[in-house]
Design a protein around this ligand. Structure first.
Ligand code: NAP
Length: 281
């Protein structure tokens, strides 16, 4: 299976996530690049907003006109809210066909559920996060069994190229999707809590909040870059910062005494368990 050279991309539900992915695609121009991009919304207000933001790069539609945009699609990015998904699919049902490639951004909907709702086995399930809006998102992609063979390598490459534009895309089996929903989807909220706590520590010791916030954000960004670029284990980098008898080892011992490491790891476990339960509803 492969994609036509000048393929058409339709984003069915171009809200926060759908338009974050759209911005990333337009900015990064992945190859193969769609020859036409349609963005579908539920209301004229959202369609008008998208049209004025992206101009000629896209066409927009809403309501009953969405069916036409879906009929033309070779690739559909599904970006509606999970609880509206069945209604959105029903509203364009006659325009769907089983040759289209569907990239779902929805939390909770499994490949099997999407496949039977859409009458199409060609599903790629994606979990990404809001930093995608800034080109710094993380995305985990799982492919339906029918797309896993060597004959579908071109489709997988095209999907990965589209999704990678958000920042970084990695492939995992679908059994890891609940964990990905937690680590990747909820991860920014966990990191923001840590960032706020660092900043408040600075404020407690007399640093003005705006300065403390900027420092906390840059410390986290710089530390992440250090891990990514050095390839070193975080424990090794951490021990390099610890001068014997110094400040850092003292602070780290307080974090260990308070069980912060376990609490952060368990927060990923808890959110993954909740994601698994949502998927069964
Ligand atoms: N936001 C996050 O942090 C995040 C993180 C990971 C995954 N996700 C996933 O991303 C998906 C979208 O979330 P979101 O936050 O981007 O939601 P959102 O901003 O509410 O976007 C939903 C989009 O769907 C459109 N829509 C509503 N009814 C429609 C219809 N009948 N036909 C076509 N389009 C319709 C909406 O248009 P109107 O504006 O006109 O209603 C809007 O453009 C969810 O499934 C969520 O699980 C979100």
């Amino acid at each position: 299976m492969s994609l036509p050279e000048n393929y058409t991309l339709t984003i069915l539900g171009a809200g926060v996530m759908g338009s974050a992915v759209l911005s990333a695609i337009l900015k990064s121009k992945p190859s193969p690049f769609p020859s036409h991009i349609y963005c579908c919304t539920g209301s004229s207000k959202s369609a008008d907003r998208l049209q004025s933001t992206y101009g000629d790069a896209i066409s927009t539609s809403y309501g009953t006109n969405n069916a036409e945009a879906v009929r033309k699609a070779d690739v559909i990015i599904l970006g509606c809210k999970p609880f509206l998904c069945q209604a959105v699919i029903d509203s364009v049902k006659d325009a769907l066909n089983d040759k289209q490639i569907v990239i779902s951004l929805l939390a909770g909907w499994t490949i099997d559920q999407l496949s039977s709702a859409m009458g199409n086995p060609n599903i790629a399930r994606v979990m990404t996060n809001t930093p995608a809006k800034y080109g710094c998102g993380t995305a985990i992609v799982s492919f339906a069994p029918v797309l896993q063979g060597s004959e579908s390598v071109a489709v997988r490459d095209a999907v990965m190229a589209l999704v990678d534009t958000v920042g970084m895309a990695l492939e995992l089996p679908e059994k890891n999707m609940d964990a990905a929903t937690s680590l990747v989807g909820s991860g920014p909220a966990f990191v923001l809590l840590m960032m706020q706590a660092l900043a408040e520590g600075g404020v407690r010791m007399g640093i003005p909040y705006e300065v403390a916030k900027k420092c906390a954000a840059k410390v986290m960004e710089g530390t992440a870059k250090m891990v990514q670029e050095s390839g070193e284990h975080p424990e090794a980098l951490k021990s390099m910062v610890c001068t014997p008898g110094g400040t850092t080892i003292g602070g780290l011992m307080v974090l260990e005494d308070k069980g912060v490491r376990g609490a952060i790891s368990r927060s990923v476990e808890e959110a993954a368990d909740i994601a698994a339960k949502l998927g069964k509803k």
